[in-house]
Structures are given as structure tokens and as C-alpha cells.
Design a protein around this ligand. Structure first.
Ligand code: CAA
Ligand code: FAD
Length: 389
């Protein structure tokens, strides 16, 4: 018999949800349409999150952070994404950028780089992808060459979320050409003090338009040898081990987007009248709502389950199925988000297709969750490898 070690969100988790929901509705939602329309960084959201200590809740207390667990971090991201997906990338990417340092960084790196993030003085991005190395991330070409007690980085990282806004970057680079995944190392780059870092133009995107996506260009960037995260040649493993924890945060973003769309659709169908009654009275509409809510709750349960496994692994426990559940919840939640937001547009009819209502933005925002942190095809490959190994 199993010992039934189910997770249960605590009272603190529920209190956190209420707190973030109130904050998000008051301080972030009012700007969400404008941020999308103008493709501008949601500074109001960053300010509100920092003022309330919600911009990087995962940073442990020992480095000056709130020390929130992975489930609490999921709840923060979910509630911010419910009103503005772009803004939810502030806590999500701060986690993505810092987890390599938490998993494999030296004490010195942790002390130096996590404090500013915890205090809201700096953000931290993650630079793995390149123009010709997305799914096949190990095919990267950015080089790091040893020069005395420094490494010199050259190359261009593509699609980097919050590039230009973040100060710190975890950068994966080839230190031993020809060695494949084992020839890649990870470094912390400080764009304020390391000369040679510049940023490409902002990508013009379908959704999450408030979140800047830019190239990070590295030209002769000299970093001290102690900026390497972990041992030489372990950077790709650290990058993938990080994604085991952070694909869960993308699932959280997807859940939030879907919940926002469902909540809006439920309110709308009760108001909208056709054939002399509220459209919510039609069984065809009710069945759509029931399916949306059912699938969303299923994805949420898997995501919370994965978050608890992530927390256990962060605490040092061996969690052999973390890779599987992390990929599974990201895939399920993102597919559900795409379906739920599309159905929400449908439930608003022609109005849903216009910018007068938020559901078309939510549908555009949902799409990215099927693509980044590994496309859903790659997630299926990861899951299948776990099953077959
Ligand atoms: N944890 C630790 N190590 C792992 C691992 C994991 N989860 N998975 C694999 N490894 C190890 C392997 O054991 C192997 O090590 P050894 O050689 O010592 O055995 C090494 O890593 C290489 O593994 P693979 O041979 O499986 O590597 P691969 O080249 O076949 O690639 C992949 C695997 C799953 C396709 C991987 O490249 C991948 O995940 N691609 C998708 C890229 C991705 O997710 N990018 C996200 C960018 S961030 C982002 O998008 C952010 C955002 O939007 C906000
Ligand atoms: P490709 O790898 O070229 O894939 C093209 C198609 O082929 C996809 O449908 C893919 O699923 C499919 N495919 C590829 N290989 C296989 C296979 N073996 N089996 C089946 N199908 C396959 N990266 C970062 O490092 N940091 C970031 O902060 C970041 N933020 C991002 C933000 C945005 C808005 C976007 C769009 C991307 C971001 N990325 C980031 C990059 C993102 O992770 C990649 O776009 C993603 O991993 C896919 O890589 P690609 O775009 O090169 O697609």
C-alpha cells in the first residue's frame, strides 16, 4: 500500500493566493491591456511585486529572500498570470535565472548574486537558446575560452526573456568543442559590470507582448573564473536540471491565463442575452464551461503535485520522476490553456474576437506556453525517454 504522501496546500498557501489575487487585480490588471497594446514592459507590475516582496519569492531566506516553497511560487505566478501573462514572467524568470546558481553555484556566487534579486534591485534571466540551437540546445555555438584566471565569452543568445531589463544572466557556453553536451559550462554574466554585453532589438510577438524578448550578444566578455556555475563541462546538465524545476512555473503561468479566461467567460455568459435569456442558460454553453473548468482543475492538480516534488528535490531528496512530472504538467497545462482560452473567445462570440475584451489577449498569450522552456513536442520526447529508459 502506498503511504499516500499527497500534497495539501496549507492555510498559508491559500492566504498567499488571496493576497496576490487582490494585489494583481488592483495594481497589475488595470495596465494589462495597455502593456499588450503598446508592447511595453509592465513596470507597474514590477513595482507592485517588489513593494510586496513577490518578485522572486523562491530565493531562500539564507540569501535574503522570502524562502517560499515551490507551490507558493506556483501560486504567485498563477495569480499574476490570471490578469497579465507578461507580468507573470517577472517572478517566473527570476526563478529560471537563479535556479542554476541555487542548484550548482558556489557559496560565493549565491551570496553575491541572489541578494540583489531577493531585494528587488536586480532581475536574473536565463540564456540557453540560440538562433540555430533551440530544441537542440546542446548544439549551441557560444564559446567560452579560458584566459588565465578569466573566461572570455563570445556568441549570441536568442529569445532571452527580460533581456535588457535583467541585470544578471545565466549563460551556457561551449568550453570544450566537440564534447557535445559534456563540453558546455554555465556562467553568471553581470550586464552592468562585464564589458561586451549588448542586446538585440525587441522581438515583435503574437503574445506576452509586455515581456521583452531580445538577443543577448556577448563580444569578448571577460568573466572571472569563479563565475562558472559548478564544474567545467556540467553546464548543460545544470541547464536541464533547472528546467525540471521551472517548467512547473510555465505550467503555473498557463493555469493562470486559462483561469483568467474562464472567469471572464463565466461572468459574460451570465450577462449576455440571446433568444430572450442569458446564454448561460443554454446547455451547449454549460457543457463548454464544465469541460473548461474540469480540464483546468486536472492540469492544476498535476502542476501542484509536480511543485511539491520540485520542493522535495530542492531540499536534497532524490525524486526520480521529477523530470517526467515537470514535463507532463507543462505540456498538459499549456495545451489546456490554449483550448480554454480559445473556448473563452468562442463563448464571447464576436465580442471575444475584439480588443474590447481581454480573452483574445489571453488566447494569444497562451500560445507561448506550448513553445518555450521546450516545445510540447520536446516535452513528449522527454517524457517518452523517461518511460523507456
Ligand atoms: N537533469 C540533469 N541532467 C540531465 C537531464 C535532467 N533533466 N536530462 C538529461 N540530462 C543529462 C544526460 O544524462 C546527459 O548527460 P550524460 O552525457 O553525462 O549522460 C546530458 O544531460 C545530455 O542529455 P541528452 O543526451 O538527453 O541531451 P540531448 O542533446 O538529447 O537534449 C533535450 C535533450 C531534452 C532535447 C534538451 O536539449 C531540451 O530540453 N531541449 C529543449 C530546450 C529548452 O527547453 N529550452 C528552454 C530555454 S529557456 C526558455 O524557453 C525560457 C522561457 O521561455 C521563459
Ligand atoms: P525549433 O527547435 O527550431 O523547433 C521547430 C519545430 O520543430 C517545433 O515545433 C519543435 O517542436 C519541432 N521539433 C524540433 N525538434 C524536434 C524533435 N526532436 N522531435 C519532434 N519535434 C521537434 N530561451 C532561453 O534560453 N531563454 C529564454 O528566456 C527564452 N525565452 C523565450 C521567450 C519567447 C517569447 C520565445 C518565443 C522563446 C524563448 N526562448 C528562450 C526560446 C525557446 O525555449 C525556444 O524557442 C524553444 O525551445 C524552441 O526552439 P526553436 O524556437 O529554435 O524551435
Amino acid at each position: 500500500m502506498s503511504d499516500f504522501p499527497a500534497y495539501a496546500p496549507s492555510e498559508e498557501h491559500e492566504l498567499l493566493r488571496r493576497t496576490v489575487r487582490e494585489l494583481a487585480e488592483a495594481k497589475i490588471a488595470p495596465f494589462a491591456a495597455e502593456v499588450d497594446e503598446e508592447s511595453r514592459f509592465p513596470q507597474e507590475a514590477l513595482d507592485a511585486l517588489v513593494a510586496n516582496g513577490l518578485h522572486a519569492v523562491h530565493v531562500p531566506e539564507s540569501y535574503g529572500g522570502a524562502g517560499a516553497d515551490a507551490l507558493a511560487t506556483v501560486i504567485v505566478i498563477e495569480e499574476v498570470a490570471r490578469v497579465c501573462a507578461s507580468s507573470s514572467l517577472i517572478p517566473a524568470v527570476n526563478k529560471l535565472g537563479t535556479v542554476p546558481v541555487l542548484l550548482a553555484g558556489s557559496q560565493g556566487l549565491r551570496e553575491r548574486f541572489l541578494g540583489p534579486v531577493a531585494r528587488g534591485e536586480a532581475m536574473f534571466s536565463y540564456a540557453l537558446s540560440e538562433a540555430d540551437a533551440g530544441s537542440d540546445a546542446a548544439g549551441m555555438r557560444t564559446r567560452a575560452v579560458r584566459d588565465g584566471d578569466h573566461w572570455v565569452l563570445d556568441g549570441a543568445k536568442m529569445w532571452i526573456t527580460n533581456a535588457g531589463v535583467s541585470r544578471f544572466y545565466t549563460v551556457m557556453a561551449v568550453t570544450e568543442p566537440g564534447a557535445g553536451a559534456r563540453g558546455i559550462s554555465a556562467f553568471v554574466v553581470d550586464s552592468e559590470t562585464d564589458a561586451g554585453v549588448s542586446f538585440g532589438a525587441r522581438e515583435r510577438k503574437l503574445g506576452i507582448k509586455g515581456s521583452p524578448t531580445r538577443q543577448v550578444v556577448l563580444e569578448g566578455v571577460r568573466v572571472p573564473a569563479d563565475r562558472m556555475i559548478g564544474a567545467e563541462g556540467t553546464g548543460f546538465k545544470t541547464a536541464l536540471a533547472t528546467l525540471d524545476h521551472t517548467r512547473i512555473t510555465i505550467a503555473a503561468q498557463a493555469l493562470g491565463i486559462a483561469q483568467g479566461a474562464l472567469d471572464f467567460a463565466v461572468g459574460y455568459v451570465k450577462q449576455r442575452r440571446q433568444f430572450g435569456r442569458a446564454v448561460a442558460d443554454f446547455q451547449g454553453v454549460q457543457f463548454m464551461l464544465a469541460d473548461m473548468a474540469m480540464r483546468l482543475e486536472g492540469a492544476r492538480q498535476l502542476t501542484y503535485h509536480a511543485a511539491v516534488k520540485s520542493e522535495r528535490a530542492m531540499g536534497g531528496e532524490r525524486v526520480p520522476d521529477l523530470t517526467f512530472v515537470s514535463s507532463a504538467c507543462k505540456t498538459l497545462a499549456s495545451d489546456v490553456a490554449m483550448d480554454v482560452t480559445t473556448d473563452a473567445v468562442q463563448l464571447l462570440g464576436g465580442y471575444g474576437y475584439t480588443r474590447e475584451f481581454p480573452v483574445e489577449r489571453m488566447m494569444r498569450d497562451a500560445k507561448i506556453t506550448q513553445i518555450y522552456e521546450g516545445t510540447n513536442q520536446i516535452q513528449r520526447m522527454v517524457m517518452a525517454r523517461q518511460l523507456l529508459k
